[in-house]
Design a protein. Sequence first.
Length: 312
Amino acid sequence: MIKKGSTFGVLIMMFLLVILGFLLYFLYLNLPGKEAVGFEQVVGNVETIIVGGVSEQFYENMRYRDKKISYVISENCGEKKRVSMEEAFSKLEDLTVLEFFPSDNPELSILCEDLAPEAGHEDYFVAGEGGPSEVINGTLYSVILSGEIALFREERCSESKIAVHELLHALGFNHNGNPNSILYPTLDCNQKIDDEIINDINRLYSFASLPDLKIHTVNATKAGRYLNFYIEVLNQGLWDAYDADLTIKVDGKEVQDFHLETIKIGARKILSVENLKISGSAERITFVIDNKNMIDEIFENNNDADLILRTL
Ligand SMILES: [Zn+2]
């Protein structure tokens, strides 16, 4: 009886020890108490550069979102000024890729009274003439969301020189020092639109009106089976990005998708994640924006960042 009971007790004890062993191993695998190891970036953030123009703009690479620009001409402009403004639009349409169309919800407002620059816009709002009125720094471009033109002087030349001069201001171009240029501060009926300005407009608008998502900053650490990461996704493009998502791959295998939703022009979305469970032996973490390629972008080569485990 005693011997039998003791064998039974030993079996129970061994069974409990095995269970305890499993529990400790499970805890060892899953507790984040281990020292964190960093990852370093090996691939990604391909820098994309838009070559700067020759003519002087208020800010670098200023353009509207699209080459088709909506406008409204105020009722109080009168027939003569309205016709001269429409001639200016036609002239730029003939010389460049730009198109102008009337709209009730316009980007460009043509007014016929004196305009005062809004606070903070004095630097690109040429006194009383107009210019961009709402600009976002989108990194690749200074994106003009809206502009204003004040036609408060009557045309004195046979061609609409004043309207063209002020339209160029509204497109982001500043005065220049060439007396033969339409953008010389003092108007003369023989002045012409500079070839450089035509080339610069065509160059600026050669990229389609699309978003451009880019991994701006990323870093990651791993403690045991737990991944912590911090990532900033920037929209440096010309249009808001809708339904953006970010895929995390571990050693090439997709582990999770994160919805970033809408990222507006010039905006950054920050995602900070702690204790995402991954394989303890993981050595390579890849972050991919728009993995299924649902969003058309200006550049598609700046959507990935590849990080490898830092070896000490
Ligand atoms: Zn001017």
